[in-house]
Design a binder for this molecule. Structure first.
Ligand code: NDP
Length: 312
C-alpha cells in the first residue's frame, strides 16, 4: 500500500504559520498545521496590537491569533495542537515526527516556528509580564509615551529599542551589563548622541519593582556592588531572541544565531520543498505583519514547487 503523503505541512502557529495555512488551503493544498508548544506564538504574550493594518481600534494579541486560526480553519486547515520534535529532510518526501510519535510524510514543509525572546529569568520579571515588562518596544512602546522606561541589553536590539523609545519617553535608562556595548558602532553612536537616553554601564537588574504594575527596578553596579533604584513605568528586556530552529540544524543552513537562511527574494531553503518564513528566518524586521507576509510567500513558493514537480 502506498503511503499517505501530505501536500503541505506547516510547523508553527504565529502570523507566518496561519497566513501560510490560509494561502495553502485556498490553493487546495489541504495543509496540516502543527501549532507547537506556544500556540499563537509571541503575540500571545502581547497586549494591544495597534500596528497591524486592518484593526483601526487595535486588537489584543491573543484575540488576533484566534482570528488568524479561525480564518485558517474556515478553509479546512487541519490543525494539531502538538509539537514536531524531529524531521528527516533527506529524501524527496520529507518526514516529520510529532511529540506523540506520529510520523507524517509530506511533499512540502513550511517552517514558521518563530523565535522566542530571551528573558533575564527573574521571578519579578515573570510576575510583571505584560504589566510593564515587555520584550518589544515597537509593540508596546506607545503605551509608555511621556513615561520613564528602562531597557536592558547592549546589542543592536537594545540600541534600537532604546532609541525608538527615546522618541516617545522623556527619559530612557539603558542598562548595559559591561563597560561596553556589543551593538554596531553606528547604533552605539546613535545611543550616545540621544540626549534623553541615559546609559548605565556595568549595571545588572536585581529585581523589577512593582506589585500590580512596574514602578522601577533595583539595579546593581557590578564593579562597585552598589545597589540603587531607578523609577520607571516600562521595563523592556532586549537581550536577544532565540529562533526555534534547533530541530533543523542537521538539515538546513542557518546563521550563527540559528536563523534559517533563505534564498534571495524567496522562502526557499537549501532543501527542495522546504520553505522558511517568519521570525525563524527573519532577524531584521520581526513584526507580525512581515511574518504574515513571508508566510504568504512560503505558501505560494510551496504551491509553485508542487506544480513544477507535477504533484498538483
Ligand atoms: P545580541 O546577542 O547581539 O546582544 C545581546 C545583548 O544583551 C548583549 O549586549 C548582551 O551582553 C546582553 N545580555 C545578554 N544576556 C543578558 C543578561 N542576562 N543581562 C543583561 N544583559 C544581557 O542580541 P541582539 O538581539 O541585540 O542582536 C541579535 C542579532 O541581530 C545581532 O547580530 C544584531 O546585529 C542583529 N540585529 C540587527 C539589527 C539591525 O541591523 N537593525 C537590529 C537588531 C538586531 P554582553 O554583550 O555582555 O554579552
Amino acid at each position: 500500500m502506498s503511503e499517505d503523503v501530505r501536500l503541505c505541512t506547516i510547523i508553527g502557529s504565529g502570523p507566518a504559520g496561519y497566513t501560510a495555512a490560509i494561502y495553502a488551503a485556498r490553493a487546495g493544498l489541504k495543509p496540516l498545521l502543527y501549532t507547537g508548544k506556544e500556540p499563537g506564538g509571541q503575540l500571545m504574550i502581547t497586549n494591544d496590537v495597534e500596528n497591524y493594518p486592518g484593526y483601526p481600534d487595535g486588537i489584543m494579541g491573543p484575540q488576533m491569533m484566534e482570528d488568524f486560526k479561525k480564518q485558517a480553519q474556515r478553509f479546512d486547515t487541519d490543525i494539531k495542537s502538538e509539537m514536531i520534535t524531529e524531521v528527516d529532510l533527506s529524501g524527496p518526501i520529507h518526514y516529520l515526527t510529532s511529540e506523540t510519535g506520529e510520523k507524517i510524510a509530506t511533499h512540502t514543509v513550511i517552517i514558521s516556528t518563530g523565535a522566542s525572546a530571551k528573558w533575564l529569568g527573574l521571578e519579578s520579571e515573570t510576575k510583571l509580564m505584560n504589566k510593564g515588562v515587555s520584550a518589544c518596544a515597537v509593540c508596546d512602546g506607545f503605551f509608555y509615551r511621556g513615561k520613564e522606561v528602562i531597557v536592558v541589553g547592549g546589542g543592536d536590539t537594545a540600541a534600537e529599542e532604546a532609541t525608538y523609545l527615546a522618541k516617545l519617553c522623556p527619559t530612557v535608562h539603558l542598562l548595559v551589563r559591561r563597560d561596553e556595548m556589543r551593538a554596531s558602532k553606528i547604533m552605539q553612536k546613535r545611543v550616545l548622541n540621544t540626549t534623553n537616553l541615559q546609559v548605565h554601564w556595568n549595571t545588572e537588574t536585581v529585581e523589577v519593582l512593582g506589585e500590580e504594575e512596574v514602578t522601577g527596578a533595583k539595579v546593581k553596579n557590578n564593579k562597585t556592588g552598589e545597589e540603587s533604584v531607578i523609577d520607571a513605568k516600562g521595563f523592556f528586556v532586549a537581550i536577544g531572541h532565540k529562533p526555534n530552529t534547533q530541530i533543523f540544524s542537521n538539515w538546513l543552513d542557518m546563521n550563527e544565531a540559528g536563523y534559517l537562511i533563505t534564498g534571495a527574494d524567496s522562502t526557499t531553503t537549501k532543501v527542495g520543498g522546504v520553505f522558511a518564513s517568519g521570525d525563524a528566518q527573519d532577524h531584521v524586521y520581526r513584526q507580525a505583519v512581515t511574518a504574515a507576509g513571508t508566510g504568504c510567500m512560503a505558501a505560494l513558493d510551496a504551491e509553485r514547487y508542487l506544480a513544477a514537480k507535477e504533484i498538483i
